[in-house]
Write a protein that binds this ligand. Structure first.
Ligand code: HEM
Length: 441
């Protein structure tokens, strides 16, 4: 409740908005005006190959600006509730004053409801354009990840309804912006009552007599403003609700995809048998990287945190063993959105499963410096059998280098199978490259 709007004595508060109110108003206005064409363009560009990559990046910009608008609006609401509002000119007719107040409340309502429905939509992780799951993290201008609203994942109807409300309220809001601007111009050029100058510091205000709303009169504009927001949101939501979902090859693929995974770990050589030389890994000269494609563009990532216990001797392959554990939350690609997504439940689920484990079961010589390791790889609760061909090269008496690539089928490890089972966004094959430089004690 606005504690000041009913105050009969507000000397001086009727003439100009405070600097904070003016800054909040114009920043929000500029951001909102940029969001409408941006939103319109990106939803149309996302499924065209030539514009998909740019649209994908724009989605992140759109979400980031949207969250900034939400934060600014919350700040504005607090400011408005704790500071006197600027009174309207006494010359305004009663219905004009009512319309003005309803419009203002309507704006506040939209500025909260549009970002919140956008947030609900992305939290549901369902792309309405393709009617498929698509969970993408929100990275705020690449600086940090904004979490999804809890409990909404996979809610298809909610995604359609929220985006219907989002679009209707956003486009409805543009009509209102038009009305708002027209009213401001009428005040300035026709009524010449200085109302526009209250918000535009460089315009000189002639000042005007002010009208203070009597106690109890604020309830009507508030209820009407909020009712309009709800009405337009509900209409948009209702008109957007989808029919039953057609079964697509992608959804069918999701059901059968992890068929190649072994759900129980395979047997491993015991530690007692691993009696070959233990090597000390030189972390600075070693790395675990992964490559693939995302939205048609190659990515190259690495794990920053991992450990290895390597006992390898070409003359004692039976007693050789390597165990590498990787901290999945340390995956870095240089793209905050991808990094945010990788931690999610459908990818590494890093909170539940912080570690991935690679453990060799046997080695084979392939001739010269070439070898091959049979190993198990456990990611989350999936364990698969992998073969890692590698080169082993001595570097003097005390050091050696190992280099190998393994191609992983992410479907077998149940990675990204909620949003992208058909590999339309992220390649199905992810190549992991292991480079280890180690020294003998
Ligand atoms: C005042 C702030 C915002 C405005 C004015 C706005 C406006 C729009 C507009 C006009 C569209 C195009 C709708 C269509 O043509 O179907 C759109 C789409 C979208 N908005 Fe916003 N938006 C805002 C905030 C947000 C926020 C905070 C988020 C997410 C956190 C968000 C997420 C989205 C997404 C994901 C789409 C595309 C939906 C699709 O895949 O079709 N928006 N927005």
């Amino acid at each position: 409740m606005n504690i000041h709007s009913h105050s009969p004595v507000r000397s001086g508060t009727g003439r100009r908005y405070s600097s904070v109110a003016i800054i909040l108003h114009w920043t929000t206005a500029l951001l909102v005006i940029s969001m409408i064409p941006m939103g319109w363009w990106m939803v149309r560009a996302i499924d065209k190959p030539g514009t998909q990559q740019l649209a994908y990046q724009l989605f992140q910009v759109h979400k980031s600006i949207g969250f900034a608008i939400l934060a600014l609006t919350l700040l504005r609401v607090v400011w408005r509730l704790t500071h006197p509002i600027t009174a309207l000119p006494a010359g305004m007719k009663g219905w004009e004053r009512l319309l003005a107040r309803i419009t203002h409340i309507f704006f506040y309502g939209l500025l909260l409801a549009i970002p919140l429905t956008g947030w609900a939509y992305v939290s549901a992780g369902w792309a309405i354009g393709t009617d498929r799951p698509l969970m993408v993290a929100t990275s705020w201008f690449g600086l940090f990840t904004i979490p999804h609203l809890p409990g909404l994942e996979g809610m298809r109807m909610l995604a359609f309804g929220a985006m219907g409300a989002h679009a209707y309220m956003a486009y409805g809001g543009t009509l209102l912006i038009g009305l708002h601007v027209a009213a401001a111009l009428k005040h300035h050029f026709i009524d010449r009552d200085g109302v526009l100058a209250q918000m535009l510091p460089f315009l000189r205000s002639k000042g005007h007599d002010v009208h203070h709303a009597p106690a109890g009169k604020a309830l009507l504009p508030r209820s009407a403003g909020i009712a309009f927001v709800l009405l337009i949101g509900l209409v948009g939501c209702w008109l957007h609700l989808p029919g039953p979902r057609a079964e697509t090859p992608a959804t069918a693929a999701k059901a059968t995809a992890p068929a190649t995974a072994l759900d129980s770990p395979v047997a491993t050589a015991s530690d007692a048998e691993a009696n070959a030389t233990a090597w000390t890994i030189d972390k600075a000269a070693s790395s675990i990287r992964f490559t693939g494609t995302h939205a048609g563009k190659a990515f190259d990532g690495r794990f920053d945190k991992w450990n290895g216990d390597i006992r390898f001797d070409p003359a004692n392959l039976a007693g050789s063993k390597a165990i590498i554990t990787v901290n999945t939350i340390s995956a870095k690609t240089g793209d905050a959105t991808q990094e945010g997504s990788l931690k999610n439940g459908e990818w590494f689920s890093s909170v539940r499963f912080p570690e991935a484990r690679f453990e060799t079961t046997s080695f084979r010589p392939l001739g010269g410096e070439r070898y091959e390791a049979d190993a198990t790889l456990t990611v989350k609760n999936k364990t698969i059998h992998v073969i890692l061909p590698f080169t082993y090269r001595l570097q003097g008496d005390k050091a050696a280098g190992v280099e190998g690539d393994v191609e992983l089928d992410r479907a077998a490890l149940d990675l990204g199978m909620f949003s992208d089972p058909a590999a339309e966004w992220v390649s199905k094959t992810i190549t992991v490259r292991i480079i280890v430089t180690a020294t003998k004690p």
